[in-house]
Design a binder for this molecule. Sequence first.
Ligand SMILES: [Zn+2]
Length: 302
Amino acid sequence: MRLIGLAYLCVLVVALAALRLQDGTEAPPALVPSPPLAAAVLPEPAPESNRVDLAAETVPTAAAGAEQPSRETVTPPVRRRRRYRRRPNRIPNPPTPEEWVPPVGPVRIALQAGHWRANEAPQELSGLKRNGTRWQNTPEWEVNLEIVHRTAAILEGLGYEVDILPAVVPPSYRAHLFIAIHADGSNDPNASGYRVASPSRDVTGRALEIRRLLEQSYGEATGIKRLPASTRRMRNYYAFNFQRYEHALHPMTIGVILETGFLTSGKDRQVIMEDPERAARGIVEAVTAFSVTPPPAVGDDQ
Ligand SMILES: [Zn+2]
């Protein structure tokens, strides 16, 4: 009996050991592959430049396949625009180009340094906060403001009244001409060029003329190449949108926006950061050539 009992115990111990061994060899492979796989799939789609290629590579994986369409169909900016559209139209019947009249007083030019003091934005423009591009430790607004200061100095020397404006425009701001100064940025260090845009809805009927002058004179003065396509964001710039925002240009203020170049481009930085006087001269030339804003010392029609 003792022997039988001992043999039975031995069999039991051997069987248990075998089971343990099985657990020990099978369990780890079952657990190990999934975390490394998940880790390999998840961080890779992150780099923006390669997103499309990587997404294509991960399509066969069920999890990645499920993620990818949602990533492509989700376009947050559209949702935001819808929210803005609900705002009431402040000026349902704006004047027509035929009704345009210049403001009274001396020729007044407004130069807006894009993103400057954007942290002071009121509720209606709260989206302005923490916007703008940068190059290393230099935020865009600093570059914009330097160009604005130099432009203002030349214009004042010619006899113009100049208002230097921050990101937030005074309500229904009135001037003969408003120029918003910005700089672009890109993940692509080869992206280079300047662009000019006039409002998508220009009730003055005169913005196109200054836009064309600026497109020509800025390129000649700086040697930066012109990008022919303006962006929708430029054409619908918040300061142009008097129908939606209180802090916007008066409908009769002629407005234009200039992206002076790419802060992320070494070539463009040579002008806009290292030689902003050239950028300023390009802007001044357009102002003096514009039929609405001839130099006060020369023009005698104001
Ligand atoms: Zn900007």
